[in-house]
Design a binder for this molecule. Structure first.
Ligand code: HEM
Length: 466
């Protein structure tokens, strides 16, 4: 039987449309940004308390952003014609120099559609099972390194797992010296985005190489190293063929568009970098949140354990059995509702459009406010409570629950990331006895563009099963 979809509250009676932009905070834009940077969730909640379902933010040097949390407005944003609402344009100035001009994240229109069609198949369907055992083995390797009885940041460990999953399942690198070298290069490049220099990397005017002396120069050097490795991997696949290979890169080398054209080397490089940029930190952060919520709730841990035993007995869960773990799925969804990694997704209006009762002009940005919509008490009773049962036996509406965005730009890695999170969270909890480190006081904090639990979410390992 199909899972019933959650009912939305009845529509409010239509109000006459208003012109102009909805009201928003009047404080100095830079101050608003700093407030968001310091306390991202609190700033958004405060904004929603003050201005309700839609408000306008005015970031310095950018068009205003009109933020919506009403399901009907979200529906309009996610079902609009992609040529009338661009998702790539707004991010291109910052992301194109980093990910590449051919990255799906910065494209719009026909080129975006072509790129998505080529990229989708390797990240979907039964192919996931091929990666399931690899993901579990990688988690096992990482678990073995954890100290007993001493706090350690689980976020860091999740980063190690999600990075190796990309290197092996997506890039197709085999265990060995080359994998270690690429891992090291990527970690050094990613570190640049974590430190104080991160802001400099995102400002086009400061993207100056100076022979590797500037943060940008160091980033470019790392990116070139990585491009070199990937070029060699692409050449190897083109020369030797891809028979017997299961990695995403091999599938993309073989992929053809509707005109029978393969992806160019530049496209392949930019998309590999995009997958790394979009899929590594996000999945690690979502996992850290899931651990944070689950480990504080013995009742949740007990139900996860009972479900696992019912499905797989005493042995490990097979990748094919994961679909039966409904409660595990609900725990992951509830963590993504309560503490979404991305707080909003944005589109640039190319034509005037009526959204949420406002007649908006072309040129403004509109956003589907993930965090605010996920915390509306009319959609989610007792919204601050962690309650996975909200998702058991029911399918949420894509306009009230959208941690991966929506419409034609919805996260390309959604199925892959969800599958990986189930494998890793389920497996780690089955093999270990973990608890949140004593005295830990969590604060949601901004890390680049994601929101993560502070201090890497420290945990203590009390026991590890063989
Ligand atoms: C829990 C982990 C993840 C979260 C929370 C997440 C979230 C998101 C969000 C919110 C968007 C924007 C969607 C929109 O504009 O409507 C997005 C886009 C994207 N994500 Fe993810 N993501 C995750 C993991 C991944 C993974 C593992 C991959 C790759 C395998 C990936 C690849 C992408 C790509 C390529 C896009 C751009 C899609 C487009 O513009 O057409 N993501 N993601």
């Amino acid at each position: 039987m199909a899972t019933p979809e959650r009912q939305l509250p009845p529509d409010a009676p239509p109000a006459p449309a208003r012109a102009g932009l909805p009201p928003g905070p009047r404080t100095w834009p830079l101050l608003q940004m700093l407030r968001y940077a310091r306390r991202p969730y609190d700033a958004l909640a405060e904004n929603a308390r003050q201005f309700g379902n839609c408000s306008t933010a005015r970031p310095p040097g950018q068009p205003p952003i009109v933020m919506f949390s009403d399901p009907e407005a979200i529906r309009v944003i996610f079902t609009a014609d992609a040529d009338e609402m661009h998702g790539g344009e707004g991010q291109a100035p910052i992301l194109a120099p980093i990910l590449g001009r051919k990255s799906v994240l910065v494209l719009d229109g026909a080129r975006h559609r072509r790129e998505r069609r080529l990229l989708m198949p390797p990240f979907h369907g039964e192919r996931m099972y091929l990666y399931g055992r690899m993901m579990r083995d990688i988690a096992d390797e990482v678990i073995e390194r954890w100290p007993l009885g001493r706090p350690f940041p689980i976020h860091h460990e999740m980063q190690a797992i999600t990075l190796d999953v990309i290197l092996r399942a997506v890039f197709g690198l085999d265990e060995g010296a080359q994998l270690a070298r690429v891992r090291d290069t990527i970690l050094r490049a990613l570190k640049l985005f974590e430190g104080a220099a991160a802001g400099f990397l995102a400002i086009p005017a400061l993207q100056i190489e100076l022979g590797g002396l500037t943060p940008w120069g160091r980033f470019v050097r790392h990116r070139r190293d990585l491009d070199g490795v990937l070029r060699a991997e692409i050449a190897r696949r083109r020369a030797e063929g891809t028979a017997g290979r299961t990695d995403v890169l091999s599938m993309l080398v073989e992929a053809r568009d509707e005109d029978g054209e393969p992806m160019s080397e530049e496209e392949l490089l930019d998309e590999m970098f995009t997958v790394l940029g979009a899929g590594h930190e996000t999945t690690a952060t979502a996992l850290s949140w899931a651990f944070y919520h689950a480990l504080r709730r013995p009742d949740v841990l007990e139900r996860l354990q009972a479900e696992r035993v019912q499905v797989a007995g005493d042995g490990p869960v097979d990748p094919e059995q994961l679909a039966k773990l409904e409660y595990l799925d609900a725990v992951i969804k509830e963590a993504a509702r309560l503490t979404p990694v991305a707080t909003q997704v944005m589109r640039r209006l190319k034509v005037p459009m009526r959204i949420g009762g406002w007649d908006l002009p072309a040129g403004v940005n509109v956003s589907a406010a993930i965090y605010v919509a996920h915390h509306r008490a009319d959609l989610w009773p007792e919204p601050e409570r962690f309650d996975p049962d909200r998702f058991v036996g029911t399918r949420p509406s894509p306009y009230t629950f959208f941690p991966f965005g929506g419409g034609e730009r919805r996260c390309l890695g959604m199925a892959f990331a969800t599958y990986e999170m189930k494998v890793v969270l389920g497996h780690v909890l089955s093999r270990t006895c973990l608890r949140v480190a004593p005295g830990y006081r969590m604060r949601p904090m901004l890390r680049a563009i994601t929101v993560a639990p502070s201090a890497g979410m420290p945990v203590v390992l009390d026991r590890r099963a063989g």
